[in-house]
Design a protein around this ligand. Structure first.
Ligand code: ZN
Length: 309
């Protein structure tokens, strides 16, 4: 399996609509050749700035310092997390995993349309959008500024459990004040999309060679997707493993970014143990350097480490 890295420069005309005059945006993307003409690559939707408490929870400062240092980071009040949207192409299908944040969430994200433009891919050419979960940075970009689907020809796919959670009116009441806006935003978008969303089950082959895998905890119905082709395979993780430092070094540590921290930790620990053994490439939505890599053993605290492609 061949791994290559490319960098894309956005067309200045497209970038100029969002950036100060003279600024240029560099789109980093990593590509994975799955064989048989199929590729996985990532496109940047931008970044999120997250409070350290949201990422590290109650982790003691000395443990946090060691884990961050092993990942080349220093303790800080905030972390900047990349947002990697995965693109699968096999000649017949052009599949996005998640749709990015769109314009209404945070200023630092919602750049997927520019990233697509930079690689010369028109929204009309996207045949499928598979959602890992219903959080804003993954779902909200599916509608454009006119509340129309951004990818007019695409079939939309979401796990049945995840869809049921975000369309349940009770979710806005039970999700807690910190995420109430997430619930309202997801419910509104899913209402607009209506039955255009195909609902899939754990273990279902969603498209030829692409299988949904329930990975709950970050959200109740979070799905990863196993992507297999003639020569190789990979696992699109979504947010099941949410960063390259604490989540790898101490997968068992409860993450405040997971809605159900215990379930999220159990899912993460099982996934990383499996992936360290199998060596299957991964794509993480918030992992660095384009988000494609592998799981290695021997990280800080005796856990795992992210090996970028
Ligand atoms: Zn999420």
């Amino acid at each position: 399996m061949q791994i290559t890295r490319r960098r894309f420069l956005a067309a200045t005309a497209a970038a100029g609509t969002l950036l100060p005059a003279g600024a240029r945006r560099l789109w980093a993307a990593t590509a994975l050749d799955l064989g048989g003409g199929a590729t996985l690559e990532t496109l940047s939707d931008g970044t999120l700035v997250l409070p350290a408490s949201f990422v590290l929870g109650d982790l003691p400062a000395d443990a946090a310092g060691a884990i961050l240092a092993a990942a080349g980071l220093e303790p800080a009040a905030q972390f900047t997390a990349p947002c990697n949207v995965t693109l699968f192409r096999d000649g017949a299908r052009t599949v996005l995993f998640d749709a990015g944040a769109g314009r209404g969430f945070v200023d630092s994200a919602g750049r997927l349309p520019e990233a697509l433009d930079a690689i010369g891919l028109a929204p009309e050419e996207v045949t499928h959008v598979l959602f890992t979960h219903g959080h804003p940075d993954h779902l909200w970009g599916i509608l454009d500024e006119f509340e129309e689907p951004l990818f007019p020809s695409a079939e939309l796919v979401m796990g049945r459990l995840e869809h049921a959670y975000w369309t349940d009116p009770a979710t806005a009441e039970t999700i807690g004040p910190m995420r109430a806006g997430f619930a309202a935003g997801a419910a509104r978008r899913l209402e607009v999309l209506g039955d255009a969303v195909r609902l899939v089950e754990d273990g279902e082959e969603v498209l030829p060679g692409i299988t949904a895998r329930l990975t709950p905890g970050h959200t109740p119905g979070h799905m990863a997707f196993a992507v297999g082709a003639a020569g190789g395979q990979a696992l699109v993780l979504g947010d099941a493993v949410g960063n390259h430092h604490l989540a790898f070094a101490r997968p068992d540590w409860p993450a405040p970014s997971d809605q159900d921290a215990a379930a999220g930790a159990a899912t993460r620990a099982a996934l990383l143990a499996e992936l360290a053994g199998s060596g299957v490439p991964i794509v993480g939505f918030h992992l660095p350097d384009g988000g494609i890599g592998r799981v290695g053993r021997g990280g800080a605290e005796g856990g795992y480490r992210f090996i970028a492609a």
